[in-house]
Design a protein around this ligand. Sequence first.
Ligand SMILES: Cc1cc2nc3c(=O)[nH]c(=O)nc-3n(C[C@H](O)[C@H](O)[C@H](O)COP(=O)(O)OP(=O)(O)OC[C@H]3O[C@@H](n4cnc5c(N)ncnc54)[C@H](O)[C@@H]3O)c2cc1C
Length: 348
Amino acid sequence: MISVSAKPKVFGHLLLEVIRSNRCVACGSCASICPVDAISLIDGIPKLSGKCTACGSCYLSCPRVEYDFAGLEEGTLGRRRNPGEAVNGIILGAYAVRSLRTDVLEHAQDGGAVTSVLLSLLNKNSGAIMAGRDKKKGWFPIPVLARDEKTIIGCAGTKYTSTTMLLALKEAEGGDLDSVSFVGTPCQIHALRRRQQQKKDNTLAVGLFCMETFDYDRLMAYLMEQGVDPGKVSKFEIRSGKFIARMGVDAPFEVKIRRLKELSRPCCRVCQDYTSELADLSMGNIGSPEGWSTVLVRSEKGRAALNAAEKAGLVEVKSLSDYPPGMSLVDKLADMKKRENRGKPLDQ
Ligand SMILES: Cc1cc2nc3c(=O)[nH]c(=O)nc-3n(C[C@H](O)[C@H](O)[C@H](O)COP(=O)(O)OP(=O)(O)OC[C@H]3O[C@@H](n4cnc5c(N)ncnc54)[C@H](O)[C@@H]3O)c2cc1C
């Protein structure tokens, strides 16, 4: 009997299962891995712009198709989580971290842990992929491949909307880099790990905590309706259940975060990962005192990167258990995200 191997799923499947069903996170993974450059992101939507060779790489690198998450975790972090790790995944250590450099703290969102780790790994053959801002569009995030301190520090701070981060990996592959660090939201880290299953690389994954991202145009329109000029905002923050826009010496604009639910991207409403469970290092602010970053170490590679930043005198590192409720607050929010988004239809 002749055995017929199953045909790979291709872009047409992505169109049906992900793009047209509002699950696409617009990370750019499909376009970044296509070997014949047949996929482009137009206004954040993947489109077939060249001749598809039906290799299936785009489907296999997508973070929003159905796939074996536990298998990906094992392939990435060396084992599957045990029942006690159901809420937040594999964690080797939990810390409160703060930069020791004033130039970093001036630009950072919280304790500047992300920026400090990127700085400590910087050398002439390394690069860091992070989200910068499109100067023409104010707060619109763009993927940036940085190779110097000034660019890394300039990209610090949170943009609460999303961008095609994986496209910068393609740029990195085309150059002379020996190592790359990649910063992303949980869905972007899933995409990175799916991509690494096909295209092995030694990228360090620095994942951010994330409850949701907002639709850029809708968020900006909402702010303008409220009399807030996004061009005058120096920092956006989410703190104590409020979304805050800080504008220099003027009084900040504040609104309860739950009132902004309808501005979140529909694709976020099925995500069950709050703390970037597949990253080498996961970073947020929840659980740590104001001005510090919470850092979860998930792999030996992540541990080495945090140790390097500490050894270089870039950060101070304390145990998160010194700051109760610390980790139990992280667990609470991660559990809340899982429960809220489990089995939720995308049209809500
Ligand atoms: C959309 C979003 C939602 C978040 N929600 C939460 C939350 O609910 N709870 C919580 O504790 N923390 C959340 N965070 C993480 C938090 O805002 C800080 O990024 C984190 O505490 C690290 O602070 P830091 O001072 O160490 O980072 P910094 O040193 O300021 O560095 C931040 C890094 O993140 C990169 N970055 C910023 N925005 C994006 C983006 N949109 N996509 C990819 N990379 C980006 C920057 O380029 C920079 O490299 C969220 C982050 C994002 C992007």
